[in-house]
Design a protein around this ligand. Structure first.
Ligand code: JCH
Length: 229
């Protein structure tokens, strides 16, 4: 999979070359390229923002650098999926991550200031499938942190990135429930013991206990996942 990122803060993404996604890149499974939006500006100050038409607070990202960036990154790619992180987007979920992990080419456009001139989203639709996606119902200072979270969630679903495919099935959200609690050695730590059932060797009873724990935690913390609301 190829992932292009456009940002005025490309060094934010340095962390994605570490660990799991770094290995995927070394192995040639993931081709992650991060670009500076200012590379598509041509004035002395490499300007990417301007005042909003109609007035209002803050600045808006100018369309021209975005148009050139998208033209270059989409060239020779049959309809890439172009993702703009936005507080006004559709929610990013594990299901969305699974869908996006099947694409050949993703382009992330990371806005700053009060956002990007609306015409950029319309124009991007002529080049690929455009998705405005929200990481959650809170306002970040720009799209970078949201894009990083999405790239990490998508990247680990690419076949061959996470070593054991079973570890993908068991974890939170893949089965619509929160995960069960995990323990490791020592069996007694600061007067706290590991639940006896996990030391019993009874694998059927352990599976039943874990499922009960998942349901109880989901009821307590995320009842919306049980009721489908
Ligand atoms: C972004 C901003 C005031 C936006 C600029 C670009 C995504 N889930 C999620 N939260 N926040 C974002 C996000 C994504 C891209 C950008 N900002 C800051 C500030 C706004 O109100 C008009 C809108 C935030």
């Amino acid at each position: 999979m190829r992932i292009d990122v456009v940002s005025i803060f490309p060094s934010y993404f340095d962390g994605l070359t570490l660990s799991l996604l770094g290995k995927a890149q070394s192995a040639g499974i993931l081709d992650l390229r991060v670009r500076d939006l200012r590379d598509w500006t041509f004035d002395r100050h490499r300007t990417v923002d301007d005042t909003p038409y109609g007035g209002g607070a803050g600045m808006v990202m100018k369309p021209e650098p975005w148009g050139l960036a998208l033209d270059e990154l989409a060239a020779g790619s049959p309809r890439p999926t172009i993702i703009f992180p936005s507080p006004a987007g559709e929610p990013f979920t594990q299901a969305a991550a699974r869908d996006l992990a099947t694409r050949k080419h993703l382009v992330f456009g990371c806005g700053r200031y009060e956002g990007i001139d609306e015409r950029v989203f319309e124009y991007a639709q002529t080049l690929g499938e455009v998705r405005l996606v929200s990481l959650g119902d809170y306002v970040l200072n720009g799209g970078e942190v949201a894009a990083m979270a999405m790239i990490e969630a998508i990247g680990r679903l690419i076949p061959g990135v996470v070593g054991n495919p079973e570890s993908l099935v068991e974890e939170s959200h893949e089965d619509g429930l929160l995960e069960y609690p995990s323990y490791t050695k020592p069996a007694l730590w600061r007067e706290r013991s590991v639940p006896d059932i996990l030391l019993s060797g009874n694998h059927g009873a352990i599976a039943t206990w874990r499922r009960e724990q998942q349901i109880e935690r989901t009821r307590a913390r995320r009842p919306d996942l049980l009721h489908g609301d």
